[in-house]
Design a protein around this ligand. Structure first.
Ligand SMILES: [Zn+2]
Length: 129
């Protein structure tokens, strides 16, 4: 059995796949982050768009796409994930996403911000580290 692209030892269908097919919604910012990474691997741009709001979505439209599209992603590392202690509807995930280029492996290191609206988490903003 092949592991999910997000790196968890679970099949794609039992892991991020159930979010992509909308059988379930990610319950934590980390789960949403992992499912968005897997969506980039699977080139599922509908899911990428559907899980963004606010500045992230505006930026996506302004750039007519994301810098992360089409890169040969080869791994995800979650460095930390936490909720805002004053407001548990705001969460953060710091991660490194790795991609393979002909001359070596590159990494996108980002601190992403997530907001929960009506029980669903959305990616709203990110800053490069
Ligand atoms: Zn997964």
């Amino acid at each position: 059995m092949e592991n999910c692209p997000c790196g968890l030892e679970n099949s794609y269908l039992a892991c991020c796949g159930k979010f992509h097919s909308q059988q379930a919604f990610a319950q934590t910012p980390e789960a949403l982050m992992r499912s968005r990474y897997s969506a980039f691997v699977k080139n599922n741009l509908d899911y990428i768009k559907a899980t963004m709001r606010g500045p992230a979505l505006k930026q996506y439209h302004r750039a007519s796409g994301s810098k992360s599209e089409g890169l040969p992603w080869c791994g995800l590392e979650i460095l930390q994930a936490y909720l805002n202690p004053q407001n548990p509807d705001i969460g953060f995930v710091e991660f490194k996403a790795y991609y393979q280029l002909p001359d070596g492996i590159g990494a996108l290191h980002e601190l992403s911000e997530f907001h929960r609206k009506k029980g669903r988490w959305y990616y709203v903003d990110g800053s490069w580290r």
